[in-house]
Design a protein around this ligand. Structure first.
Ligand SMILES: [Zn+2]
Length: 455
């Protein structure tokens, strides 16, 4: 059930500006003092106000964007009432004017406004990709807000005579990569082949699989293999552990293992000792229930700063407050299950905006860019193995261009060599590419150190 829209706290123009400019300043290594705003403030960088009363109403989508070219790329501009005017005017006297309201557009995309006011949800209660402006206007793999900031940056450089540079990561790396594994299943590798054997009435094979099930370890019980594989690229693993093994009331499965089991707790402690990070994989229902989510946090084998919801559950009208009240420092749920790319059109971690309370959240959202299952699944994309890297390459290049974070979700069961579509070979190909670009492999805590404390 979709929570009804309550009266929301009004979002003043000052609040929108402060929210957007906080993120602009965080995106670059050093931003000199410069005034950016609307005409009534007489700033050095003036943006022409064009949102009208959009933010006083409760509509999910603004009028269709115009298309403008910026450095050879066509980009959508929401709130652009003056498409015949040049996008950016570099004026004498160290002034600049931007004729499309990219401050309003950046707030609209970063804050998740469209999801909050949309009535559309899929069968898992999620805001569907098909209802998004990213899908409507075809820009899911383009971090449009980073491009808006690039325009602002050019204006700031003109007014200050100083060059701005995207932030660098550890060892001067041009961008960062966050490798994550949601641990849903450790005991179920035998199920699909067993079902197939039954369908073929191959009882001998079925019997063999049952034997393996009870007397041998499961191919998906591979946590140590996952960590060794990732370490082989000088990268770090973050494991998202699912503390609930009972299915949800609607039958949706949670974990096929019991996280409380002593042997498993010790295995995770050992992985942490060897450099892995553990985080919570909030079970079905916890995205709207902070008490249950907080309880799941106490079942972790080591302290957890982060969370990602199972099935990427996220109710825009309630989840930001739930994550905050449960006390997490970061979340990494916000990506579309149906398509890789940028759900908030931004390739750096950011603070979601809680529209109910009218303020930025205290936790950091590390947006999810690509999940293994998205790439080859009857409900999502159906890329052949050789098509995966070419499909993701433009997205990786955008993240590198803006010094962002590339968040990859590869489930442990996708390290099973039997998986030939989105399995260990495809993972290896992506990792080899990312390493060849000199990315900094980081975990959630590294990102918090880098971005979390700057407000
Ligand atoms: Zn999951």
């Amino acid at each position: 059930m979709l929570p009804p829209l309550s009266a929301i706290a009004p979002v003043s123009v000052e609040l929108r500006l402060a929210y957007v400019l906080h993120h602009f300043r965080q995106a670059y290594a050093e931003v000199p003092e410069v005034s950016i705003g609307y005409a009534n403030q007489q700033p050095q960088v003036e943006v022409v106000a064009s949102a009208g009363d959009f933010f006083a109403r409760q509509e999910p989508q603004p009028p269709a964007p115009t298309l403008r070219e910026w450095q050879g790329q066509l980009l959508p501009f929401f709130f652009d009432l003056n498409p015949e005017q040049p996008l950016l005017e570099l004026l004498p006297g160290k002034h600049a004017r931007i004729n499309a309201d990219l401050l309003a557009a950046a707030f609209y995309l970063l804050s998740g406004w469209q999801e909050y006011f949309s009535e559309e949800r899929d069968r898992h209660g999620r805001f569907p990709y098909t209802a998004s402006v990213q899908h409507c206007y075809g820009f899911v793999a383009v971090p449009v807000v980073n491009y808006y900031f690039d325009i602002l940056k050019t204006a700031v450089e003109h007014t200050t005579d100083q060059l701005l540079h995207p932030r660098l990561w550890v060892n001067e790396a041009p961008f960062a990569t966050f490798i994550t594994h949601d641990i849903d299943e450790l005991r179920s590798a035998w199920k699909a082949p067993a079902k197939a054997a039954l369908q073929r009435v191959n009882l001998l094979r079925f019997g063999q699989l049952l034997w393996q099930r009870f007397f041998q370890s499961d191919a998906w019980d591979n946590l140590e293999l996952v960590q060794q594989t990732v370490t082989g690229y000088d990268a770090k693993s973050t494991f998202f552990l699912l503390p609930e093994h009972r299915p949800a009331s609607n039958g949706t499965p949670n974990a096929d293992y019991k996280l409380a089991a002593t042997a498993l707790q010790w295995r995770f402690k050992a992985l942490v000792k060897q450099g892995a990070e553990v985080a919570v994989h909030g079970s079905i229902g916890t995205s709207v229930d902070q008490q249950r989510l907080a309880r799941e946090q106490t079942q972790m084998p080591a302290p957890a700063a982060g969370n990602r919801f199972h099935y990427l559950s996220w109710e825009p009208r309630r989840t930001p407050a739930v994550v905050e009240e449960a006390g997490f420092a970061y979340d990494s749920t916000l990506g579309f299950a149906e398509h890789f790319g940028f759900r908030n059109s931004y390739c750096l971690p950011f603070r979601p905006f809680d529209l109910t309370q009218g303020r930025a959240c205290t936790f950091l959202e590390i947006p999810l860019n690509v999940m293994d299952a998205t790439l080859h699944h009857p409900n999502y994309l159906q890329l052949a193995p050789h098509e995966i890297l070419p499909a993701l390459l433009p997205m990786f290049q955008e993240i590198e261009r803006f010094g962002g974070v590339c968040t990859l979700l590869w489930h442990n069961d996708h390290f099973d060599p039997a998986n030939e579509t989105t399995g260990p070979r495809q993972f290896a190909e992506l990792m080899q590419y990312l390493r060849s670009r000199n990315t900094a492999f980081v975990n959630g805590r590294d990102i918090l150190m880098e971005l979390g404390n700057r407000r």
